[in-house]
Design a protein around this ligand. Structure first.
Ligand SMILES: Cc1ncc(COP(=O)(O)O)c(C=O)c1O
Length: 453
């Protein structure tokens, strides 16, 4: 079979057998799929040999680039010993070494690592631990969570219950547990109809009202620190994150910081909580933890929470939760290598330098006719497209404007994905300044062509 036949066959088999996530498969079956065969640095190559810039870090996971020698070598070396053994009833070398490394870099006070294998499960673990913590401490009635509108914490049912993006979550409403909801700190589309900074963080006051009325019913508040990612790259106004932490302490409620998207340098700090010196009770990590190589997650908590689960076996204080691949040794080896690279290559400092390219660019594209808002932190940004920037009228769902911009970008050699009307910018943290500038040029041109063309 020649190479062209093989490629056509792959396309055909993909359409016939693979059900893609978050994808309308009717449209997919009618289009020609891009099938990736190789990666190098910030670039991906398809089966026809075309190279594309990986503008979303392979769904927000890639940190040091593809085929990074140090991570490749670490996985190979682990492979020569063992690929997988369970953490149920056994330890494993790389999971232990990684746990120590994690504890050394997370905010001080977080001391216990519970592994799982994806972002959603890291959140499920935190929700269940927070709920059970109160039971083990003998406190009754703490059965609810306080979540933010526009939040995204993953696709398993607990994580969806804590999420607040109607378009993804509404269909599953009857299956979800009830939560309290505070406004999203989404200043461009303020739910309270106010303008930042003059509003004095009124959204935080709403959160406080809920805590004031219901703290004895609430196990924990859950947030995505500094940036609501899948909700449209909504950057928190200064003081909001610290304000949430202060309120959880004031009302005696636990805080879950879901850093699945923002952790590992993405926002210009190793962890987004560091921006406002916040130490949560739970830190949920995944995505970038392995440098974007293998599925792994960690829910990291305090001695206070951990100790509530200690007791005689018959007391049933054990945390009855675990996954077949929790703390997979290959993934842990990749994560150890990735953390080593953060130190050696000064990855986080690099993000801050590149932020100095990204932020002025965001400021400049705000001047385009159909850009309503452009916001970002570190190497994580979104450009919100609007039909009419004067009254902030959004494009309708059917316009698929974000999608159209991304298709244009693809023709120009850049792979990006929209979140509705928001064009997402999430390159690997290791992207060169030159490639970042090239990526931003393509996005700007694609926006102009799709919205004004
Ligand atoms: C903040 C946040 N939490 C959780 C998740 C879920 O992670 P996963 O897709 O690995 O389950 C995501 C994924 O985008 C996320 O952005």
């Amino acid at each position: 079979m020649d190479i062209l036949d093989r490629n056509r066959r792959l396309e055909e088999l993909d359409r016939r057998y693979v059900w893609h996530p978050f994808t309308q498969m009717k449209e997919w079956e009618e289009a020609v799929p891009v099938i990736i065969s190789e990666g190098r640095g910030s670039f991906l190559r398809d089966i026809y040999g075309r190279w594309y810039l990986d503008g979303v870090s392979s769904l927000w996971v890639n940190v040091h680039g593809h085929r990074k020698k140090e991570i490749d070598d670490a996985i190979r070396s682990q492979l020569e010993r063992i690929s997988h053994s369970t953490l149920l009833g056994l330890g494993s070398e790389s999971s232990i070494e990684l746990a120590e490394k994690l504890i050394n870099i997370v905010p001080a006070g977080l001391t216990r690592v519970f592994y799982s294998d994806n972002g959603s499960t890291s959140v499920e673990v935190a929700l269940k631990m927070a709920y059970q913590y109160w039971i083990h401490r003998g406190v009754k009635g703490r059965e609810k969570f306080l979540c933010l509108n526009n939040a995204y914490h993953g696709d398993t049912l607990g994580a969806v219950s804590a999420g607040g993006i109607d378009i993804f979550h509404e269909a599953f409403r009857p299956l979800l547990f009830d939560t309290f909801r505070a406004p999203s700190p989404y200043c461009y589309r303020c739910e309270l109809g106010l303008e930042s900074p003059g509003c004095g963080l009124a959204c935080l006051e709403r959160l406080e009202e809920i805590l004031k009325g219901h703290a004895p019913e609430i196990a924990a508040v859950i947030i995505e620190p500094m940036v609501q990612g899948a909700g449209g790259m909504v950057v928190f106004p200064p003081g909001y994150l610290k304000g949430v932490r202060d309120l959880t302490e004031k009302y005696g409620v636990l805080l879950i910081a879901d850093e699945v998207a923002v952790g590992f340098g993405r926002t210009g700090r190793m962890f987004a909580c560091e921006h406002e010196d916040v130490v949560p009770d739970f830190l949920c990590l995944s995505k970038g933890i392995t440098g974007g190589y293998l599925p792994l997650a960690a829910t990291i908590t305090t001695e206070e929470v951990y100790s509530a689960f200690l007791g005689e076996y018959r007391e049933l204080k054990t945390f009855f939760h675990g996954h077949s691949y929790s703390g997979n040794p290959l993934a842990c080896a990749a994560a150890i290598a990735s953390i080593g690279l953060f130190e050696r290559e000064k990855t986080v400092e690099g993000v801050r330098k590149k932020e100095n390219i990204l932020l002025p660019w965001l400021e400049a594209v705000r001047g385009l006719e159909h850009v309503g808002d452009a916001r970002g932190l570190g190497l994580m940004a979104g450009v919100e497209l609007v039909r009419d920037s004067k009254n902030r009228e959004p494009y309708s769902f059917e316009d698929k404007m974000g999608f159209k911009v991304c298709l244009r970008a693809r023709e120009k050699g850049l792979l990006i994905r929209p979140l509705g009307n928001v064009v997402v910018i999430m390159p690997p943290l290791s992207i060169s300044e030159e490639h970042l500038a090239g990526m931003l040029d393509i996005i700007r041109d694609s926006i102009v062509e799709a919205t004004e063309g």
